[in-house]
Structure formats: structure tokens, C-alpha cells
Design a protein around this ligand. Structure first.
Ligand SMILES: [Zn+2]
Length: 197
């Protein structure tokens, strides 16, 4: 499975080819060649992205009964550079579409939740703990200390369960994962690398 780092590398190569093509003389055979090369790379990268989205979604849907994810507004987030990178790499909206579609095919529950407060609220007591994007750990006065993304994932899961009308104790079986806001790629990979039953 092509991983996001792999895609990042392809995107760099794409930029390089783009620069090379525009540096060639207009109408020249060399420019034509460079544009052709660029077009082929473009196709390859978009295929890689699509494959990554489908394979990841399929794996997630097959190995979980309940799937919760943040309904990220990609357009709003592209203004933020760090986020824009991981979102384009993970092909987030494509991934979400495949989750929904494959969820239907395999009869699994897939719930999208609004992203508000998922990273700021404490998953243990509900209190708001303001943090910037660079703060990777959630530390709350109630004693909860956990990874920022883990905290967000628990909030997303709780929201999704409420939305789906499922009581937490009845859904407390293994294999429930939710994803946090910032590093979608690494979160997906950590989730997938965990053993599932
Ligand atoms: Zn707390």
C-alpha cells in the first residue's frame, strides 16, 4: 500500500517536473517532451492517491463495525499549510467517500461528526483545554494526560455514538477507532497496524 510519505515524495517530483517543463523554450520539442512526462507523472500520482484512499478505507471498514470520522472542511483547512499537506496526502475527502460507500456495501455503521471542539475538549471531563496546533499532548486539570490525537479521537467517537444513538457501554467492544484532526496519515497508519479481531 503506498503510504503518505510515498505520496509526498511523488508530489515533490511532480513540482520538479513542472518547473522543468516551464523552463523549456515554448514550442520546442524538449518542452513537449517535458510536458508529456509531467502529464504521465500526474496520472500516476492521482492513481496512487486513489489507491491509498480505497485500500485504507476497505481495511478500516472490513476490520471495524463502527467507524467514526471528523467531517473536515478541506477547503477551509487548505489555508493552513501543515494541515493542507497531510490532507492532500491522505486524500481525505476521497477517503471519507470510500468509507461511506464501503460501509454500505459491508453493512457497517459509518458516522461523520462535526469537527468543532474535538481537539480542545477533554475527553475525560468535557472541560475545554485550549491548545495550539503545536501542542501534541492534552493535559487537563482533571488528571487526564494523553496524546492530542488520542484525546480528539475519543471525543469524535463519543460524538458519533451520541449521533448514532448508541450507548457507550453497549458499543464497548474492541475494534472501535476514531481519528483526530491533525495528523490523519499517521493516525490511520497506527490504527491499521493495531491487531484487529
Ligand atoms: Zn478533563
Amino acid at each position: 500500500m503506498p503510504n503518505p510519505r510515498h505520496l509526498r515524495k511523488s508530489e515533490k517530483a511532480l513540482k520538479r517536473l513542472q518547473r522543468r517543463a516551464s523552463s523549456k523554450k515554448k514550442g520546442s520539442a524538449n518542452r513537449k517532451k517535458a510536458i508529456n512526462r509531467l502529464g504521465r507523472k500526474h496520472l500516476k500520482v492521482s492513481r496512487q492517491r486513489k489507491n491509498f484512499a480505497i485500500k485504507t478505507a476497505l481495511c478500516v471498514v472490513k476490520s471495524n463495525d463502527f467507524i467514526a470520522y471528523e467531517d473536515l472542511q478541506v477547503k477551509n483547512m487548505v489555508t493552513n499549510h501543515k494541515l493542507a499537506k497531510s490532507i492532500s496526502d491522505a486524500a481525505w475527502s476521497q477517503f471519507a467517500q470510500w468509507l461511506q460507500y464501503l460501509g454500505k456495501v459491508y453493512g457497517k455503521t459509518v458516522v461523520a461528526v462535526a469537527p468543532q471542539y474535538t481537539s480542545q475538549d477533554c475527553s475525560n471531563c468535557g472541560k475545554t483545554v485550549k491548545k495550539s496546533l503545536s501542542m501534541r499532548t492534552h493535559v487537563c486539570g482533571c488528571g487526564a494526560t494523553l496524546d492530542r490525537d488520542h484525546n480528539a479521537a475519543l471525543n469524535i467517537l463519543a460524538k458519533a455514538l451520541r449521533q448514532a444513538g448508541i450507548e457507550l457501554n453497549t458499543a464497548g467492544h474492541a475494534g472501535i477507532y476514531a481519528w483526530g484532526q491533525t495528523d490523519l496519515c499517521s493516525l490511520m497508519v497506527t490504527s491499521l497496524s493495531k491487531p484487529t479481531d
